[in-house]
Ligand binder design. Structure first.
Ligand SMILES: Cc1cc2nc3c(=O)[nH]c(=O)nc-3n(C[C@H](O)[C@H](O)[C@H](O)COP(=O)(O)OP(=O)(O)OC[C@H]3O[C@@H](n4cnc5c(N)ncnc54)[C@H](O)[C@@H]3O)c2cc1C
Length: 638
């Protein structure tokens, strides 16, 4: 017994190297399994642009200015710090990649986004606005000539860009924005106007203080005919910082977070811009004053225009995984080193991680984070292909943005609470990141609307390839409650597949019933919104599972692969446990439901011994995170 205890202590200390708070380990806590090489797993998780990754990592380790946090600053100080950090970050970024890499080599941008050990998320948001919205509009919506004209200026910050799409009156429904760009053939100019109060551009990141230029999304009117929403490049500030004639900007003021980003609201009054500043990849006005477009009708053009900006959603998704990684690395490490209350042995206080309720709060989020990461990698491969599969990219990016941002909202909340009062201290980062990333659920497309788009795609695909009819598993299958069956990939895949196929049929029937009862199609759609969102979620979770299993099965080392397999099982069993579909449609029996709840607890317990290596592999050095991720007692010395 004594040697077992010693082995447990040694192994646990090995797992938690650099953490002096762990000199006493509760021997009752659990059997510690052999750990694995987190570096190898890290290389598997992030297999691309290794040289860039290495050089960035050296840079971050020696960079203090960029790591300076913004919490506790006044609004003005926060904005100033954020803007200066943004400039420094851009300077570094453009040593390694340019705007054109948004199209040609998004892996470089992914490595950069994943690697930036941000203490101040406003910086990445500001860079996102300048580079991945303003810059991306030029790359993806502009002609070759327009790319040449602006690229270098954007990269060198001779232009500071923002992106004006949302209006006071229209956020999610951007196809109905009111800003008008009317073509004046005599002067070869567009005249931009905000005709109503509700047409003012709203929440425009970077516009209140610093942006010199903006992309204006506006309804194009040529010779009296409306041609739909188009993108224009416009100067909004002169070199001396004053506003250009025809542009009025007010500050949106203090927000619940992300205050380093200066969001503004903009009105246009007869702003004149030359003809060649309409980004004309999907439609433009020629010298003769005639509008031409390779894509008709206007709503298809609009879908292409918005679809071209999909990279922003992908960046939200990789950002979400990175923030989860910071939260989980911190909270899981803290739960090993933090002890509260004795167990049966009065000599020892128990580590938080030894409480089953504590494990259940954190470990499922680790499973979700890994699951999302592998899908992000798959999407990155799609984005990096020369011939892009536009539709698949669009749907997957929308699905992952919605899934990952909600998952981050929940994960960071749980991590914050799991660290008790320490989670509330800004220096431990989790609480701050929680507020700063909460808006990920809304910008770059509100999640509800994104899941609706995903569902719409599924419904139209199902008309071409109808799903198989849902069949309950046999009675014999439903009697199986053993762990091998419940955790098996066959069972897990069948579960998410069946739910998806049945939900497609269910929603299809609901919509057609509403229409037969006399509803217009749009009314039928809106009346069934809850089911439609469920379909979006069912598709997303099933797709994530497919990519997760593929990645895990390919992992070369068996020990690590087995640990990853536990995460796969936990990812799905947690979904089954939360969604009443599986019992309602008798995919599982009540006995299996009970067994699933037990297996979730068992899996959390089995994963814990791997959990430090699993979080280390996500790439955030705990010594550079908040004090509670390391030796918090000595960090609190007087
Ligand atoms: C910090 C911040 C930065 C931003 N930066 C920019 C920027 O740089 N440029 C820019 O153009 N915009 C920016 N935005 C705006 C952002 O993109 C919008 O807030 C977002 O698109 C949602 O629009 P909305 O706020 O008008 O919400 P609304 O569209 O009014 O939605 C409100 C609620 O209604 C629900 N809802 C809406 N329609 C439906 C429906 N059909 N069915 C069911 N539910 C529905 C939504 O789910 C949501 O919960 C920013 C916003 C913030 C807060």
């Amino acid at each position: 017994m004594e040697s077992t205890i010693r082995r447990i202590q040694i192994n646990t200390l090995h797992l938690l190297s650099n953490n002096d708070c762990l000199s006493e380990i509760d021997p009752q806590y659990m059997e510690i399994k052999q750990s694995f090489d987190a570096n190898l797993l890290n290389k598997y998780l992030f297999p691309y642009e290794l040289e860039l990754k290495e050089s960035l990592s050296t840079f971050w380790n020696n960079e203090n200015f960029l790591l300076q946090p913004s919490f506790g600053l006044s609004l003005e100080q926060d904005r100033e710090l954020t803007f200066n950090q943004f400039k420094k970050l851009m300077e570094l970024a453009t040593k390694h990649f340019g705007l054109i890499d948004l199209e040609r080599n998004p892996k470089k941008i992914a490595v950069f986004t994943q690697g930036y050990r941000f203490q101040n998320p406003s910086v990445t948001t500001l860079m996102g606005v300048h580079f991945s919205l303003f810059g991306a509009s030029i790359v993806f919506l502009g002609s070759e000539e327009q790319r040449k004209k602006y690229t270098e200026k954007v990269e060198k910050l001779e232009i500071i860009g923002c992106f004006s799409l949302t209006e006071l009156g229209h956020g999610s429904n951007v196809q109905s924005i009111e800003t008008i760009a009317e073509y004046d053939h005599d002067k070869e100019e567009f005249i931009i106007n905000s005709p109503t109060i509700t047409s003012q551009k709203y929440f425009i990141g970077g516009s209140a203080k610093n942006a010199t230029h903006t992309i204006i999304m506006a309804q194009l009117k040529v010779s009296g005919k409306m041609e739909g929403v188009h993108a224009f490049v416009a100067r909004i500030r002169n070199d001396d910082g004053s506003l250009v004639k025809g542009v009025d900007i007010r500050d949106c003021g203090v927000k619940m977070a992300l205050n380093g980003v200066d969001n503004g609201r903009i009105m246009f009054k007869d702003l004149h811009i030359p003809r060649d500043q309409l980004l004309n990849r999907f439609g433009g006005v020629n010298k003769a004053g005639i509008y031409t477009s390779p894509i008709n009708p206007a709503n298809k053009r609009f879908a292409n225009t918005i679809g071209a900006l999909v990279l922003g959603r992908y960046i939200v998704s990789i950002g979400s995984v990175a923030f989860n990684s910071v939260g989980l690395t911190t909270a899981i490490r803290y739960s090993f080193s933090r002890k509260q209350f004795q167990g049966s042995d009065p000599k020892f206080e128990k580590q938080l991680i030894s409480y089953s309720s504590h494990r259940k709060r954190l470990i499922p989020h680790l499973a979700n984070t890994y699951a999302t990461h592998f899908s992000n990698n798959y999407l990155l491969d799609l984005l990096s292909e020369k011939e892009k599969k536009e539709k698949e990219i669009h749907i997957l990016a929308s699905a992952l943005k919605a899934y990952s941002s909600w998952s981050t909202r929940d994960c960071l909340q749980e991590c914050r609470e799991a660290c008790g009062g320490q989670g509330f201290l800004s220096e431990n980062l989790i609480g701050n990141f929680k507020s700063e990333t909460e808006i990920y659920t809304t910008f770059e497309g509100d999640n509800i609307l994104l899941y609706q788009q995903v569902a719409k795609f599924m419904l139209s695909e199902s008309r071409k390839n109808p799903p198989t009819d849902y069949q309950q598993p046999s009675n014999e299958q439903k009697q199986r409650t053993d762990r091998n069956y419940i955790r098996s990939f066959d069972f897990l895949l069948e579960a998410l597949n069946s739910r998806l196929n049945q939900t497609i049929q269910y929603v299809t029937e609901k919509l057609s019933d509403s229409v037969s009862e006399g509803s217009a199609i749009m009314d039928a759609w809106n009346d069934n919104g809850t089911y439609i969102v469920r379909l979006g979620v069912a598709y997303t979770e099933k797709t994530i599972l497919d990519k997760f299993i593929a990645a895990v099965n390919n992992y070369p080392d068996e020990n690590t692969r087995n640990a990853l397999k536990l995460l796969v099982s936990l990812y799905v069993l947690n979904i089954i446990d939360r969604d009443n579909w599986f019992l309602k449609y008798q995919f599982i029996s009540p006995q299996q439901s009970e067994s699933i709840s037990i297996q979730i607890l068992e899996l959390c317990k089995e994963i814990v011994p791997y959990s430090i290596s699993l979080t280390d592999a996500l790439g955030f050095d705990h010594q550079r995170l908040g004090p509670i991720a390391g030796d918090w007692i000595s960090r609190n010395k007087f």
